[in-house]
Structure formats: C-alpha cells, structure tokens
Design a protein around this ligand. Sequence first.
Ligand code: S3P
Length: 178
Amino acid sequence: MIVLMGMMGSGKSSVGRMLTRRLNLVAIDLDREIERRVGLTVAEIFALHGEAYFRILEEEALLRLAETGRPMILSLGGGAVLSHRGMEALKTKATAVIYLKASVPQLLMRLKYSRVKRPLLENTADPSGRLGELLAVRRPLYERYADFTVDTNGKLLSAVAEEIYDLVRPRLSARGRD
Ligand code: S3P
C-alpha cells in the first residue's frame, strides 16, 4: 500500500491515477470510497451532517482500508491526517507514506482547475487565508507521518508521479508487492 497525503489541491488523486499503470496497483481515493458507501457526495455530507460527522466516516474508511491491507495506491483527503488512529493504522500497513507538499498559491492554482467541490473553501471570502490556517495545523502532522516528502511546487503532476515512482520502486521490489 502506497499512501499519498497532502492538502486539497496538492494533486494526490491525479498523481495516484498516474501511478496505477507504472506500479500495477489500483488507485483508491478515500473521498470517493466514503461517497460510494454513504451514497452522498462529500459536499452533501458536509451540508447535511457537518464536518464532525464527515471526520467520523473518514476515520472509519481509513481503518477499514488499512485493515484489508490490500495492495493499492491510496489518496487521502486533506484532513484525513487529523485522525491519529487512522494514520497509525495506515502506518503499520503502508510500504510508503508520501507527503505532497505545496505552497498556498500553488494549491489555489490547482484548485481553480478542479471540478470537485471543497466545502471547507465554499463559504469564505479569503480561500488563501483559509488554506493557510488549515496548512498551519496540518503541516506538522503531514511531516510526522511521512516517509517521504515531495515538493510539488511549480512541477507538472506527471513529473511528481515520476519522482514518487523512483522513491517507492526500491521499497516495492524489496517487498515483492504492494
Ligand atoms: C478536506 C479535503 C477534501 C475532502 C473534504 C475535506 C480537507 O479532500 O476530504 O472536502 O479537510 O482538507 P481533497 O484533499 O481530496 O480535496
């Protein structure tokens, strides 16, 4: 299991998809997994039940996926790192946990081209300030759980995928699979 984490807009889902063929692993997106189980989009879950409930679902999904131990590339939602239990469970199973690091301006630029709704940025006049606040809380957590940090600033996501491939390939061949 290869885990991709980082803020919304850091490129986790796209990079995960790009790596599937090269690593011959399925790519699972934690948000899509939650949506599939609940039958609601992440935006709907936030609107109907609030963020705290979303975090409970997110932790459950993390624990469930860690439990399966299935070989996969798992892209986390930006806030999944807030679950200590979930992250500890992942760490026991993951071949590599990778932090996709990006500055706030870089995140904003990538988010501009995204079709996915980000409820945490919906009701703010200052998305840049909001992202900065979220990053301040989460950066130490990303750094704590990361085996590798990849700076994605100013890079094409295909180049980021290549870097990650080079980082994880020795670990994967050492373990034979996942
Ligand atoms: C969130 C990030 C989103 C999604 C939800 C909350 C966050 O995932 O889980 O909107 O708290 O940063 P992405 O990082 O894939 O956008």
